[in-house]
Design a protein around this ligand. Structure first.
Ligand code: SF4
Length: 426
């Protein structure tokens, strides 16, 4: 494979395996395993490749994609060669939008699901590939209506199981349309996509994403009648042991800050010779269809390896980039510090406070605002309240001082509250 042109490495675009994105710690290579699933052997192979050709860290994104970081112009062609030879690159990569659907990591296996989200997502992928003129970042959530609600993930089009074999359709995350039979749901989505692509073609400067459509344009994407949004469902479990009856178990294992050492993931894969592994948008892995003993021992191993095995683990609420030593631009060891902060600020995080720990101003892990953003600078952290890494810091602290300030009841809570009510930076 020849060297990639500079314009193929822009920051902020949608990277893929063949067209990586340049980041502060090298090239980011994204993999879209079909159906967001892997076998244990594939997980092990990807871990080995991350070690050999990247910086040894594997990420799972909030769209349930795998990402290898720290790839270089020299290592990328070799990495791609291995991925292609071992069928780990999506065969449709380069034909328009990448994988557009997002499903629960238990899709197709959850007996409480009202529709088969895995099968429906596969049909939608196929139909979406036949529509030209769609944006690269198109997103269709297919939620089976079962135990793992996907409400928190924004999207262009949402299908939610609302009765056995029936789904409600939502456009632009704001316009609900009444139930459609499961067998017809993929065709309904395709109709909406074709109409959207035609509008986009007619007004390319105004319409990039589905959210750019006017209310009338949005309503015109389907002929289904209007309906109310489905009722609220219980919060999904993001980590821990998922059980159906006495004989089917699925351990859900989270990667702290969505990222972990490839060697640890290799250890998990080595424990099993079968099992379908679902990639989770809660930035983890679901090992499906295991017996109780197998599932419990896998969770125990994950716990020993430092992975997330409990749903109340505060690390599930923290964003952190690779930091030092993985990233040459880092001015602080973000992952290690984020782990200490998550432990110290567990009560705050449980109250819904969002925390972002960034090794520098580039904000690779979380470009958006957080309640509390810490930006590495010379081994210390600039502290930004209710803003991004590029907003004005209110203080610069070293970690021990920060840990003291993060005790519940101390001044940081009052300042967060004030910052939220005034919309200022505190
Ligand atoms: S944000 Fe983190 S990973 Fe990105 S360049 Fe800065 S230190 Fe490196």
């Amino acid at each position: 494979m020849s060297a990639l042109p500079k314009e193929a490495l822009r920051r902020g675009w949608c990277p893929s395996t063949l067209r990586p994105m340049e980041t502060g710690d090298g090239w980011l290579v994204r993999l879209h395993p079909p159906g967001a699933q892997l076998t244990p052997a594939q997980l092990r192979r990807i871990a080995a490749l991350a070690d050999a050709h990247g910086n040894g860290l594997i990420e799972i994104s909030a769209r349930a994609n795998l990402q290898l970081r720290g790839v270089t112009s020299k290592s990328h062609p070799v990495l791609v060669e291995h991925l292609l030879a071992e069928h780990l690159v999506d065969e449709h990569e380069g034909d328009g939008p990448q994988r557009v659907t997002l499903v629960s990591p238990l899709a197709g296996r959850d007996p409480t699901g009202l529709i088969d989200a895995a099968a429906l997502a596969a049909q939608i992928e196929q139909r979406a590939r036949a529509v030209s003129g769609l944006p690269v970042k198109l997103s269709v959530v297919v939620d089976d209506g079962g135990a793992q609600a996907l409400d928190e993930f924004p999207c262009d089009i949402r299908l939610v199981g609302v009765a056995a074999g029936r789904a409600a359709l939502c456009l632009g995350d704001r316009l609900w349309r009444s139930q459609v039979a499961e067998a017809e749901a993929a065709a309904e989505v395709e109709t909406a996509l074709r109409r959207f692509a035609a509008l986009r073609k007619a007004a390319p400067d105004r319409i990039r994403r589905l959210r750019d459509l006017s209310p009338d344009e949005l309503a015109g994407l389907t002929d289904l009648p209007a309906t109310d949004a489905p009722g609220l469902r219980p919060a999904p479990r993001r980590a821990g042991l998922f059980a159906w009856g006495e004989d089917r178990f699925a351990p859900l294992i989270g990667l702290p800050f969505g990222r972990y050492d490839a060697t640890a993931l290799d250890r998990l894969g080595a424990e099993l010779d079968r099992a379908a592994i679902g990639l989770s948008p809660w930035r983890g892995l679901a090992f499906r269809d295991l017996g109780r003993t197998e599932a419990e021992s896998l969770l125990a191993l994950a716990d020993d390896l430092g992975l997330i095995t409990r749903d109340d683990d505060p690390r599930l609420s923290v964003q952190a980039c690779a930091g030092s030593p993985a990233c040459s631009r880092a001015e602080a060891p973000t992952m290690a510090d984020a782990a200490k902060l998550a432990e110290a600020a567990g009560d705050l995080l449980a109250q819904g406070v969002t925390l972002h720990v960034s090794g520098c101003i580039k904000a690779c892990a979380h470009p958006a605002a957080a309640d509390l953003t810490l930006v590495g600078r010379d081994g210390r952290y600039d502290v930004v309240m209710s803003g991004t890494t590029r907003d004005k810091p209110v203080a610069t602290l070293d970690l021990p001082a920060l840990l003291t300030r993060l005790q519940p009841g101390q001044d940081i809570q009052a300042r967060l509250k004030a910052a939220r009510s005034t919309g200022s930076q505190g």
